[in-house]
Design a protein around this ligand. Structure first.
Ligand code: ADP
Ligand code: MG
Length: 317
């Protein structure tokens, strides 16, 4: 199948539409109408075979994950997603593979009405790039640099699941319900876009947890020039995780394991009233510590003893 037929028959029909797309796939470039008065938010993610995934991953899972991790970056900015462009580098033009990949990508985009407006298709080692554009009124965007001493630190959902899920997926075990839950948490992370929108203008800092809580909270601390005290006993761990691994391993996953794509955010004291509103709206958020003055990250166990963190999250270089 040639490149143009592939685009016309497998990609364009799954691209989705929006009123603000003036010209989508098919011309030299796309034309879109930015929402009045809002800043555009741009994020790019690349997945490379052998680095981010292995060849046995289902293409549908890959398409979903590529979109979900990119949507998660927009969630962490408090943005709503609008348009995407896709860079596909494929060793061969395998129609079944592309159809399944597009099915996964479209299933992540559909709930948010994101339209795929263009891209590029080339031959080479399997590499997938997705560029997303979203929008947020500039004054209320969530950033990494606004945390201040006295702010409380929160995470959404449960953490550590995806790291355990990846280990299970690699071992090929997912028979038990708990195992299936954890593998699914790795393969189909849920971008916390609705929470990001609810935190607009309220959270003092926000990041999505892609490389592990310690590493990602560390980015907030670096950018905000402050320190944090975390309470290990407060970390939200799923029933599946605590049922399948020791408490020590669960904490290792929760602190150092990546791929959860939950949000970690800080709230100043005067905004803590928002918590009830968030919980009433169905968001699961847990207080895990506090921002303090100084440098670094202190971990406290249940009896208040300080523990030195070992894991620092995944780094490419
Ligand atoms: P050009 O040669 O001008 O770069 P292409 O032939 O690469 O154009 O692409 C033709 C059209 O198909 C363009 O609108 C482009 O955005 C779109 N397109 C190409 N590859 C993809 C892809 N992987 N996903 C979405 N749209 C694509
Ligand atoms: Mg052209």
């Amino acid at each position: 199948m040639d490149e143009f037929r592939l685009i016309d028959t497998l990609i364009a029909p799954r691209a989705g539409t929006r009123a603000d797309v003036l010209l989508g796939i098919g011309d030299d470039a796309a034309l879109v109408q930015p929402p009045a008065g809002e800043a555009l938010v741009l994020a790019l993610d690349t997945l490379v075979e052998g680095v981010h995934f292995l060849c046995d991953i289902r293409p549908e899972t890959l398409g979903y994950r590529l979109a979900a991790v990119n949507l998660s970056d927009l969630a962490a900015m408090g943005a709503r997603p609008l348009w995407a462009t896709l860079g596909l580098t494929l060793p061969v033009a395998d129609a079944d593979w592309v159809a399944s990949f597009m099915c996964g990508l479209a299933s992540a985009f559909a709930p948010w009405g994101v339209a795929l407006v263009g891209g590029d298709t080339t031959r080479g080692p399997l590499t997938l790039s997705l560029q997303l554009t979203g929008a947020v009124p500039a004054g209320v965007a969530l950033t990494r640099h606004g945390a201040r001493p006295g702010d409380q630190i929160f995470v959404s959902g449960t953490i550590g699941d995806a790291a355990a899920g990846l280990a299970l997926a690699q071992a090929g075990t997912r028979c038990h319900a708990h195992e299936a839950f954890l593998v699914n948490r790795f393969e189909r992370p849920e971008p916390r876009l609705a929470l990001g929108l609810a935190l607009r203008g309220v959270a003092s800092a926000c990041i999505d947890i892609s490389d592990g809580l310690l590493a990602d909270l560390g980015h907030i601390l670096d950018r905000s020039r402050c320190a944090a005290r975390l309470e290990l006993a407060a970390l939200p761990l799923s029933t599946a995780l605590t049922a399948l691994v020791s408490r020590e391993t669960a904490l290792d996953h929760a602190l150092g394991g990546g791929d959860d794509y939950e949000l970690c955010f800080t709230l100043p004291a005067e905004s803590l009233g928002l918590l009830q509103t968030l919980r009433d709206a169905g968001h699961v958020v847990t207080r895990i510590g506090e921002i303090v003055a100084g440098e670094g990250l202190e971990l406290r166990d249940a009896d208040g003893k300080s523990i030195t963190p070992g894991a620092r999250g995944f780094r490419h270089f």
